[in-house]
Design a protein around this ligand. Structure first.
Ligand code: AMP
Length: 143
């Protein structure tokens, strides 16, 4: 199982914002879409960073309510770990576990073509394990 097959099921749409949008505007986008992270894109559609609900909580904890008026570019994570459509489910689990984050943008030839969340990874991993169990049961039953 690889990222391309996950994107076939979930689609390639990615929630994005520009670095000059306020933290409040991005928080509203997260809430409206019921998602946990947004990819920040600059001119030419290049990925500049990523912001998750955790970054917003951290900024409010440090700056109080005034954090909401900051440009999101000031509090985003700039060193974004991305993956490719050919990346495997096992590689995604390792990247998320080691990096301690739950979202990985998919980039092909410099363009953002999707995003994988830990929910997608868990869902497809469970499906894969269930398929293996069924195959082993069939094998044992038929000898
Ligand atoms: P998350 O688990 O996605 O809510 O993110 C936890 C922290 O990791 C936040 O500070 C995010 O900005 C950061 N983060 C999320 N995704 C990535 C990623 N793909 N690469 C680097 N940092 C990330």
């Amino acid at each position: 199982m690889n990222v391309a097959s996950i994107l076939k099921v979930k689609g390639k749409s990615v929630a994005t914002a520009r670095p000059d949008e306020t933290v409040e505007a991005v928080a509203q986008k997260l809430a409206a879409r019921k998602i946990g992270a947004i990819v920040i894109v600059g001119d030419g559609g290049h990925v500049n960073g990523i912001i998750s609900e955790r970054d917003i909580i951290r900024a409010i904890s440090s700056n109080g309510a005034s954090a909401l008026t900051l440009p999101v570019g000031d509090i985003m994570t700039k060193n974004v770990m991305s993956c490719h459509e050919a990346s495997t489910l096992e590689q995604m689990m390792a990247v998320m576990t080691q990096g301690r984050f739950r979202h990985v943008p998919v980039i092909e030839d410099g363009s953002l073509v999707g995003i994988i969340s830990i929910g997608d990874v868990v869902k497809h991993h469970i499906a894969e394990v269930e398929m293996e169990v069924t195959a082993m049961r069939d094998y044992l039953a038929t000898g």
